[in-house]
Design a protein around this ligand. Structure first.
Ligand code: RI2
Length: 302
């Protein structure tokens, strides 16, 4: 298949959520751009391919972060002899994809240390980062219980319960509106969720409903933990940019004809509700998000 067709297919799959989860989106978009590079495309053709992918999902910042990084690599190699530039770019992009994929293993290693024997954990939506942490803790021999919100309207909680069951974790599905009651009646100790975007000030965008779970956790005295790779930290937020919250079709919510529907896919959880953020670089308080952007990516305000 020609690389540009592969790019269009990938963009379509991201849009329809066949490819979903913020890290997976970044990995698959990067691989699609890698195929464009391998085909020997010019810099301008690579930019065009990047534009096809860029708008496929507006809220997950991992997508523009990955695309911009690959374009930056391409710019750096532009003045080299074409064959050398191509070989260098392929090697750099391959490395980048590998780094993205291994960051989740590092987080699993770090996050699993937080899980204690007998813990009761609640999660919302389906985060590969969170399920990797829980699967690692189970593999390490720890016994604990997980409650997973079903996560209307796309039911990603069903993916979570399947993945955790396969990993041998004791997992129970709950409806979204049972989150607070479950926290109190089942002695939940920790909430663990993923992220689609982390702002420089420590606020976190994740699946719709996350902020309600965080508010409930605060009231119930439950620790609220965000688990995320640093590719999801938003450099634009340092300059005050606000991420667009994706609104999806009404038919995801109801098939009743003529009913007005508001269907936002994500919400913002304020840093005051977050106890810690687990990243591949270690565990940080939400206030240190700016430091990650500065130290790891060199983005500064001056
Ligand atoms: P990982 C998902 O969004 C959820 O909001 C989830 O918490 C987040 O991406 C991060 O997922 P969607 O793609 O990258 O289901 O941790 O809309 O897998």
């Amino acid at each position: 298949m020609p690389a540009i067709q592969n790019v269009k297919d990938t963009a379509e799959k991201i849009k329809s959520m066949e490819i979903r989860g913020a890290l997976k989106i970044a990995v698959e978009a990067s691989k699609a751009l890698q195929s464009v590079v391998e085909e020997g495309a010019s810099y301008d053709e690579l930019v065009k391919a990047a534009d096809v992918l860029r708008d496929s999902r507006p809220t997950a910042v991992s997508l523009p972060n990955a695309i911009n990084y690959i374009l930056h690599l391409a710019e750096e190699s532009e003045n080299l002899e074409p064959a050398v530039a191509k070989a260098m770019l392929i090697a750099d992009v391959t490395n980048f994809v590998k780094e993205l994929e291994t960051s989740i293993e590092k987080i699993a290693e770090i996050g699993a240390r937080l899980i204690e024997e007998g813990d009761v954990i609640l999660t919302h939506c389906n985060s590969k980062t969170v399920t990797a942490i829980l699967a690692k803790a189970r593999k390490d021999g720890k016994k604990f219980k997980v409650y997973a919100c079903e996560t209307r309207p796309r039911w990603q909680g069903h993916i979570t319960v399947k993945e955790l069951k396969e990993a041998g974790v004791d997992v129970t599905l709950i409806v979204d509106s049972a989150a607070y009651h479950t926290m109190r009646s089942k002695c939940v100790k920790k909430v663990m969720v993923g992220a689609d975007t982390v702002y420089a000030n420590g606020d976190v965008i994740n699946k719709i409903g996350t902020s309600q779970v965080a508010l409930a956790a605060k009231n119930a005295g439950v620790e609220f933990i965000v688990c995320t790779e640093s590719i999801k930290f938003s450099p634009e937020s340092m300059m005050g940019a606000v991420t667009e919250i994706e609104e999806r079709e009404a038919n995801e919510v109801t098939d009743i004809p003529g009913v007005k529907v508001f269907n936002p896919a994500f919400d913002v959880t304020q840093k005051e509700l977050i106890h810690m953020i687990v990243t591949e670089h270690g565990i940080i308080p939400p206030e240190a998000a700016y430091q990650i952007l500065k130290d790891k990516f060199g983005w500064t305000l001056d």
